[in-house]
Design a protein around this ligand. Structure first.
Ligand SMILES: [Zn+2]
Length: 399
């Protein structure tokens, strides 16, 4: 579990004990660590931002989309028959007519942006704005920035999240991997109220029945969860994360996989792990009973969170906690709540932000633009006509 409050210092991290991470990862040299640290503020990362978009014309934005989709302004691919040619172009309609099959198509035909009505400049601005947010972007923020309806802004952001899931490559994880589950969605449990037996009849009766059971040698009855808490837990889900280390200590994790599960149990976590991790890899987890079977297939190491964040041998799951921290900050500061069927979309977004944190703004903007222009029927298609996207399967949904 991700919530814990163990002692800050590890009992094993005294003089003479091995340096944390020594067992698992060689330490990156100081120059590499400094370069890694300073990259975020380096001028080279600002190669394409919202400021650049604001200086572009609608025409320039349109042709940027054309180049992103077809790789050329003249040689374009027919989405119907696949012919690559200098097809007939009607500049008044911004449409091509295929020389082979006579199919008429536009830059957004058959893509996530199919039937878009917004100008390309606003879409590009929304992408650049989405990319620059460290903890994500709120729909209401985009709605004010672009001067569009809140529903339009929400839909555009959701389509950008959909584009992320289309461009993410999911090779099997190998090397050193951390995994953990965190609780997301729903409302927090109500706090426990301390009741005094002398004043509260119910508490006094429960204590009496517990003492009677204890005296009779019977199992002590447990208090049942309240109805209010059961309702709250209905929308609660486990975001399960697997993160592969960069290979050198000090450079963080490089690849992240996320799943949405109903519970952090052995039955639920088995399929995502077996599907995503190469056999024989090293896995670090906490002491949760859901992970005891891992040693049959992997080199499994456990950190006891009751005692320490990181063991003397360097076993920890700080990278998994780092991911949860980013996702929680999104909930606390920007999104405020998740509906269960969309938790995966936000988890995938944060996994992408973590994995691409060292890429330049331009690289990320181009990648998302290509994702929005990939041949894919959007699950959000028809949203304005009242069609709500069918809820994704919660169990073992992967991003
Ligand atoms: Zn064609």
């Amino acid at each position: 579990m991700s919530s814990k409050s163990p002692a800050k210092s590890s009992p094993g991290s005294q003089a003479g004990a091995p340096t944390p991470h020594q067992t698992f990862l060689p330490r990156a040299d100081e120059a590499a660590r400094r370069k890694h640290r300073n990259l975020l503020t380096h001028a080279s990362t600002r190669d394409f931002t919202a400021a650049h978009v604001s200086n572009m014309t609608e025409d320039a934005c349109y042709w940027r989309f054309v180049e992103m989709r077809f790789g050329s302004r003249t040689q374009v691919t027919c989405p119907d028959c696949g012919a690559i040619d200098k097809h007939y172009y009607r500049s008044d309609r911004c449409q091509w007519r295929c020389k082979d099959c006579h199919h008429t198509f536009s830059i957004t035909s058959g893509t996530v942006l199919h039937s878009r009505k917004l100008p390309f400049k606003l879409i590009l601005l929304a992408i650049a704005f989405f990319v620059s947010g460290a903890k994500g972007v709120a729909g209401l923020h985009t709605h004010r920035l672009l001067n569009v309806q809140a529903k339009t802004a929400f839909l555009l952001n959701q389509k950008i999240r959909e584009a992320i899931s289309l461009i993410r490559e999911l090779p099997p994880l190998q090397g050193v991997i951390e995994l953990d589950g965190g609780h997301f969605g729903g409302r927090p449990r109500s706090g426990r109220v301390r009741r005094r037996p002398g004043k509260d009849k119910q508490v006094a009766e429960r204590i009496q029945s517990q003492m009677a059971a204890q005296n009779a040698g019977k199992p002590i009855p447990k208090a049942k969860p309240s109805k209010a808490n059961i309702e709250r837990l209905k929308k609660r889900r486990i975001v399960f994360v697997l993160r592969q280390h960069a290979g050198l200590h000090g450079l963080g994790a490089v690849t992240t996989r996320v799943f949405v599960l109903q519970a952090e149990s052995a039955a639920e976590v088995r399929a995502p792990i077996m599907r995503s991790v190469e056999p024989g890899s090293t896995i670090m987890s906490d002491e949760n009973a859901a992970y005891t079977w891992l040693s049959q297939h992997f080199d499994h190491h456990v950190v006891n969170h009751q005692l320490e964040y990181s063991s003397a041998a360097g076993v920890n799951e700080n990278q998994a906690e780092s991911f949860f921290s980013r996702l929680r900050r999104y909930v606390l500061g920007i999104g405020h709540k998740f509906e269960p069927q969309y938790i995966l979309d936000y988890a995938v977004e944060m996994a992408w932000r973590e994995d691409c944190r060292r890429q330049t703004e331009g690289t990320k903007t181009d990648a998302l633009t290509r994702g929005l222009l990939s041949s894919h029927t959007s699950k959000w298609r028809g949203y304005f006509q009242g069609r709500i996207p069918s809820s994704r399967t919660d169990s073992v949904a992967q991003g």
